[in-house]
Design a protein around this ligand. Structure first.
Ligand code: IMP
Length: 426
């Protein structure tokens, strides 16, 4: 059976967690391929809210096996906390149900401290990272001095590498960021011991399962516009949260991929720095963001930061469709648009007097982009209880159909609320 890849079509936070949760009900294996605990998925099951940063939300489906792939960077201490929290909440979680790739990289306290130091040094030009050590961990991986998760099998080797990395970091860190190397090494060794039974050659496992006809769901984190190659550099994360990253981050071949599901929110949000052409700073943005009282309001799951909000940017979503070859789109949070008299969609940009149809390569150019808007009629009806495409207000259907045309990908699924069943399948 084939693989399905779920990818964010904007700047992250598109609602991939709930889409993965829905698709996981049809999968045997759910595998994450990039990023680390910079991601945050909120999944709502019955009365319980699960905030997951590393473990795929597929873990909430008893028959699913979850994989943390080789493309990820993993903070062992935080992963242990997440595992224990899930076990406490009654989720059956054992090494049979969760595999950690021996080739994934470890985020150490040195990476977290260096992330903070680098952001501080950038001042006004800060990326607005999640301060989880993601960038420095990938930097060490590419510079061939990182620590692979497989090293946790050998306590002495792991402790030596950790020690060395933290001592090196202490040479350059300011006094207030300097690390207590011995205490932190002990903490990490304890986490390594807990995680040891979960370690495995995950690529071999996934390929074996694919041969057995299992269905694999590859769960993306972040979004296409945060991709280190395709996003608006340097305001990106340090990994490839796009389809290419899924294949290399799991060690599977393209021949297995049948569906590439793009997830886009019905409007735009972004957290952290960097240009966002359709950003609004007015009562409309406040309405899109929500007050923060509900977990689905636009405040970061990982950092709690209010997200920047604005109209849908079809230029960005069309670009994401091109990069990833989406076979279908899921449009989330359509219900939030109820009650607006009119809605706008950016269909192109004007940069330096010229009309452009796709994002430019430099953030300086994107900063100068003025969106070209198309205005569509809004609808007043509350659509949260709607489960049928034809029962949606005409204006809502027209809004969705216009997006399909602009992005040139069919919108097969819509979400109209945070709960599992608040989905409309076409
Ligand atoms: P980093 O991944 O922590 O290095 O952060 C780099 C950029 O990606 C910052 O703008 C973050 O706000 C953004 N980012 C990282 N992870 C996520 C996510 O899961 N959702 C939304 N933005 C993210």
């Amino acid at each position: 059976m084939p693989a399905t890849i779920v990818v964010g079509a904007q700047w992250g936070d598109e609602g991939k967690g709930r889409v993965a949760d829905w698709l996981a009900s049809q999968a045997d294996v759910v595998a994450r391929f990039a990023g680390g605990d910079n991601a945050g998925h909120t999944v709502y099951v019955g009365d319980e809210i699960f905030k997951l940063h590393l473990v795929p939300s597929g873990i909430l489906h008893d028959r699913v096996t979850c994989v943390l792939g080789n493309g990820m960077v993993i903070n062992p201490v935080n992963l242990v906390k997440e595992i224990e929290g899930l076990i406490e909440a009654g989720v059956p979680l054992s090494p049979e149900r969760l595999h950690i790739s021996t080739r994934a990289h470890i985020i150490t306290p040195a990476h977290i401290a260096l992330d903070g130091a680098s952001e501080r040094a950038r001042g006004q030009q800060a990326i607005g990272t999640t301060l989880r050590g993601i960038g420095p961990a990938y930097t060490d991986k590419i510079a061939r001095r990182g620590i692979r998760a497989g090293q946790m099998k050998d306590s002495e080797d792991f402790a030596d590498s950790l020690h060395r990395m933290m001592e090196d970091a202490n040479q350059v860190l300011a006094d207030d960021l300097r690390l207590d190397v011995d205490t932190l090494t002990v903490e990490y060794l304890k986490a390594a011991e807990r995680l040891r039974p979960f370690l495995r050659d995950s690529s071999a496992y996934l390929n074996q399962r694919l041969k057995e006809n299992a269905s694999i769901l590859c769960e993306g984190a972040q979004g296409t516009l945060l991709d280190v190659d395709h996003g608006d550099y340097p305001y990106v994360t340090s990994s490839s949260p796009t389809v290419g990253g899924a294949l290399s981050g799991l060690g599977i071949g393209p021949c297995f991929v049948e569906r590439v599901v793009g997830v886009a929110k019905a409007f735009s949000t972004r957290v952290g720095s960097g240009p966002m052409p359709t950003e609004l700073d007015d009562p409309i943005a406040e309405r899109l963001r929500g007050t923060g009282e509900n977990f689905w309001d636009e405040f970061g799951t990982t950092t709690g930061r209010p997200r920047r909000c604005g109209w849908l940017d079809a230029v960005a979503v069309r670009y994401a469709a091109q990069i990833n070859g989406f076979t279908e789109l899921v449009l989330t949070k359509l219900d939030i648009l109820s009650g607006f008299d009119e809605l706008k969609i950016a269909i192109g940009y004007i940069i330096d007097g010229e009309r452009v149809a796709s994002p430019p390569a430099t953030s300086a150019e994107l900063e100068r982009a003025t969106p070209i808007y198309e205005t569509l009629p809004g609808w007043s009806e509350d659509i949260r209880a709607t489960r049928d495409w034809v029962a949606l207000p005409d204006a809502a259907r027209r809004y969705v159909e216009r997006i399909e045309t602009l992005v040139d990908v069919p919108v097969r699924t819509l979400s109209v609320g945070p709960e599992r069943e608040q989905l409309i399948h076409r």
